[in-house]
Design a protein around this ligand. Structure first.
Ligand code: MSP
Length: 681
């Protein structure tokens, strides 16, 4: 068996601050890393930030700072959050570091030298909006992704011969069935590759914020080529000094590369093809997890539905968040987050089940045995109930370990908590407290057995749960008087290892119960820390929020977000130009459109204003299919006060003509191409 274990998270974009979606990936990896260490593996855990590309350049521009300033600030925030959560990463790579940039250029060069990257002249349609070459469109035809007119361009770019790897990739998937997990993702990737691969453009000349192509500084390396390479540059790949390369030689290929399901293609198609082209071994496994949903959609900055890890850390602590995410989300599938569910789980499983077991057992050992683990009776004297706990504990160790090895975190925890419930029941049924004051030998031995059995089960459960709830497990371990919990070998954990006479540490409650105010506190913290809607620089003068609210409410009459001013009934009331300028009308592009559950008229849109993305709810579901809208440029009232519909916040309103009796909406749009965020005056 491999004695090392190299695990990576995706590197996080620095255009958004950490939210608990990012934390989820990092927590899963941290749990796996901690477990691998406790299985005796030489473990290396890498995380970091992805700092180049157009997205970052644009986000920095909107804030009026340089991309490097933005990267420094947000990368720092990620790192600080992981540190507050005591994430045990071994290295944190930033793609703007020299150690990375030099090696990315080298990788690019290796592929050029191998004849796997060529400079191609692309002549055809180009979508400026998506920065995408559109092979399928003819001159004058729109982009199939966003619907904007394409331009005919002849541009020199570098291309990676991805098309040459189709068969090799399929063979690899076939020969290594565990390479992509779970199975659903594997099937998707195979289908995608079978449908044919085109060569991949791996450079851009339309913006500057990236690693320059070696010997061609007019071009920057495509951000995904740059980012994927982090997994080897962080280990010192390519360094001529063998000392600097030691980690690469030791840890590559990775044993597990964890990704969210939306970036599977990059990791399971492009990344292995790049590695093959460079003559490097492929990772053992790409593991895709699902999304964390909040208010029913993917938690993300652009949707504005994020929860910050700090909020939970401040109120309930890191273990509460870790336990909740691993227990509640079925790994591989999407899962929902809510403050209610978080507090409920915390109280039920941690404060009640585990907390009670620990405090009862340890307090009674303190009271009746001067804080020293008592003798259990001899085997022959044990009762069925005592045997049953020992047997269940042995089964629980095997089963929990197996489930963790299969990355079934939720079931693993459920199984471990099965033992906790059984021991709590055993304590209640055997009523050790009734024996406590008896001085006769029989009562003392019986009491000793019950408390030894409970303490031993507590020790086992604490060790099994440690990778998930390290801070609390560490505390319970210390209270059990057992030293450094990280030294436990989970593969050697057995019933009966608790030594009689072990002196307990100071016994204190580990999980103070959360009351109702915990939810309010967390909600308040989130409210207080909501990012401001639009960057100051993008707010034109004279459109203060107050004025904007008053003016726009006048035309926002019905709850549906499309305006319904019909030409048949022109208003006679005149407004001044000053009134009009209070309304901030801007061009936006629809990025996401979906129906809102339980509201047949409503669509939830995410629209891009160039300087920010925001959520708008629009009453146009009867007139437009969501798919028709994605990519379409529309006009929105950008300074409308936010309001909630169906529990979702709408930040603005789109403009549409309203036709016929039923007020059928027809979206306002332009014949010419207009940049995002352009103001209508
Ligand atoms: N920078 C790229 C990855 C490059 S890796 C070579 C990127 N960054 S990201 O910040 O947008 O997202 C990175 C990862 O964060 C996702 O793949 C996923 O693991 C995690 N998540 C972000 N939002 C999430 C949820 N709402 N739910 C679960 N995971 C989420 O893509």
């Amino acid at each position: 068996m491999d004695s090392k274990f190299y695990i990576t998270t995706p590197i996080y974009y620095v255009n958004a601050r950490p939210h608990i979606g990012h934390a989820y990936t990092t927590i899963v990896c941290d749990t796996i890393a901690r477990r691998q260490r406790m299985l005796g593996k030489d473990t290396y855990f890498l995380t970091g930030t992805d700092e180049h590309g157009f997205k970052i350049e644009r986000a920095a521009q909107a804030r009026g700072i340089t991309p490097q300033q933005l990267a420094d600030e947000v990368s720092g925030a990620f790192r600080a959050t992981w540190d507050r959560m005591e994430i045990t990463y071994d290295d944190f790579i930033r793609t703007t570091e020299d150690r990375h940039k030099t090696r990315v250029q080298q990788l690019f060069r290796v592929l050029c030298d191998n004849g796997q990257i060529y400079k191609g002249s692309y002549s055809g349609q180009y979508c400026v909006q998506d920065e995408l070459y559109v092979d399928s469109a003819g001159p004058g035809e729109p982009c199939p992704v966003c619907g904007n007119p394409t331009e005919t361009v002849t541009e020199e770019n570098y291309f990676f011969k991805l098309s040459a790897y189709e068969d090799k990739l399929l063979k690899h998937y076939n020969d290594n069935p565990a390479f992509i997990q779970p199975e659903t993702r594997r099937n998707e990737v195979i289908a995608f590759v079978k449908s044919g691969l085109r060569d991949l453009s791996v450079s851009r000349s339309t913006f500057k914020w990236g690693i320059p192509v070696p010997d061609d500084p007019q071009q920057v390396i495509y951000v995904w080529f740059d980012a994927l390479a982090n997994y080897i540059t962080a280990l010192g790949w390519g360094d001529p000094d063998p000392n600097q390369r030691k980690k690469f030689d030791r840890y590559w290929p990775a044993n597990m590369q964890m990704v969210g399901k939306e970036i599977v293609r990059f990791h399971c198609v492009y990344w292995p093809a790049i590695l093959m082209a460079a003559g490097l071994p492929l990772p053992e496994r790409i593991m895709a997890h699902g999304w964390l949903l909040f208010e029913e959609s993917k938690m993300s900055k652009s949707r504005g539905n994020i929860v910050r890890p700090d909020t939970i850390l401040q109120v309930l602590g890191s273990d509460a968040m870790r336990y909740f995410l691993l227990r509640e989300v079925v790994f591989g599938q999407d899962g929902s987050f809510s403050f209610d569910a978080l507090v409920q789980r915390f109280n039920a499983d941690l404060a009640n089940d585990l907390g009670n077991l620990a405090s009862r057992t340890l307090t009674m050992i303190g009271r009746y045995f001067k804080g020293e683990v008592p003798y259990p009776e001899s085997k022959g004297a044990l009762k069925d109930a005592d045997h049953a706990i020992a047997e269940l504990a042995t089964k629980t160790i095997a089963e929990t370990n197996r489930l963790f090895d299969e990355y079934q975190f939720s079931k693993a925890l459920e199984t471990a908590w099965g033992l906790i419930s059984a021991v709590n029941k055993y304590i209640v049924e055997n009523e050790p407290w009734t024996l406590g004051d008896e001085a006769d030998n029989d009562s003392r031995s019986r009491l000793g057995t019950i408390l030894y059995t409970s303490a031993e089960a507590l020790r086992i459960v604490t060790a099994l749960a440690y990778p998930v709830i390290p801070q609390s497990a560490d505390k319970i371990w210390t209270q059990l008087g057992l030293g450094d919990i990280r030294k436990v070998r989970l593969d050697q954990l057995k019933w009966g290892q608790l030594e009689v006479g072990t002196k307990l540490g100071k016994v204190e409650p580990v999980f103070p119960r959360a009351d109702k105010s915990a939810i309010e506190k967390m909600q308040k913290l989130e409210e207080e820390n909501k990012p401001v809607a639009a960057p100051a620089a993008a707010q034109p003068a004279g459109t203060g929020a107050q004025a904007g609210q008053a003016a726009t409410q006048a035309i926002a009459a019905p709850p549906a977000a499309a305006t319904t001013v019909t030409p048949a009934t022109p208003s006679s009331e005149k407004i001044t130009i000053d009134d009009f300028t209070k309304i901030e009308l801007r061009v936006a592009q629809v990025k996401v459109a979906e129906r809102v559950k339980g509201a047949d008229k409503l669509l939830r849109l995410e629209v891009d204003l160039g300087y920010e993305t925001r959520q708008i709810l629009a009453g146009i579901a009867k007139a437009y299919e969501p798919e028709q809208l994605v990519g379409r440029k529309i006009v929105i009232v950008a300074n409308l006060a936010p309001r909630k519909m169906r529990g979702l916040e709408s930040n603005g309103m789109l403009l549409a003509a309203s036709l016929g009796e039923e007020g059928r909406p027809v979206l306002a749009s332009f014949l010419e191409d207009v940049p995002l965020g352009a103001r209508l005056k």
